[in-house]
Design a protein around this ligand. Sequence first.
Ligand SMILES: [Zn+2]
Length: 359
Amino acid sequence: MAATKVKAGAAKKSAGKSAKAAASRKTKAPAAKAAKKSAARSAKSATKAKATNAKTARPATKTKAAKDVPDFTDFPAGVVTRRDVTLCLACIFRLFTKQLGLAPRTAYNEIRRYAPTVEELTSRNPQRPFFKPSEEKNPHCPYCEAPRRWHARVTVHRVEGGKATDAARRALVRTLPAKDGQFQVHEEKKTARQVFFEWLERLGQELDFEDDNAWMPEAARAYLQRREPKTDWAEVFDGARAVRRSHRLEEGWEREGARLFLAPPLYNDVLLVQYLVSRSHRHGGRTFDGRLTLLDFVRRMRHGGHLEAQGITDRDQFDVLEQLVEHLAGGDESAKLHFIIDRRDLLNKVKDVYARHAT
Ligand SMILES: [Zn+2]
């Protein structure tokens, strides 16, 4: 695995060196990808082999399995996100046995069937019996102090629907084990605008706004990944020290040494994303073009011909922003979100807990 990584890195570096090499990059990239894939595959089969010894080496197997399966390596970056939440089985067991008066066996069966909603699982402030996974070595339930053996991890993979992911997602879902509802699949209909703002909010939570040199390119890359999922943006940004507006390109991007040039429409959209994601964190939005008030931003877009190109004729700065955002986000177009909920750890842990409880 380490060897694969070094090779892929070397291919990237040499590709960045000259225009000639850039042409060969296209041929090298798939090879690196294939290597990555086969590495992932062998890691997977190793996990499977380990899984047969589940009884003897359980804790290690569980964490390993959760990392590798389901396997999203074939999905474009940026369309799949993962959220983990911890479920306290002591809390829920107590609720079922003490408050609802169920016998332990019945409570056990109920918990096995328990299907938490996406909302419960992905809430920013999880409610009892859920809590945020802790970095601590020996975490305790914040509600009842129960130690780790009572904690079950539930993972939600969120996949944005669309041409780039639908076939891969269907294929993936078919490979998931159906037994005992280890995985549950859920779908939500949204508008493109809603999905965009959810994405933006999450991006804002992930970025560290203290360091402009880190978050600005990161925000640009995240947006470009979302907009053109088929391009390997990690590679495009690798070694890029500056992102600039291109005066030559009408569309797309090009790398020139350590600089990445974006065609004006692309660059302007990146500025808008930076403006939107940072305006609540800083006074005025922060962008590659500096700190901008809404008025500055709208002026810049107008002078650059960006408003005209999008047919925006409003004069009021707030109306203009709204129009720009509609254009960027996709407005009322329908969009689908798919959730794959991994309940395997819940099923395993509840079995352990019941075994302890019954004896
Ligand atoms: Zn608890």
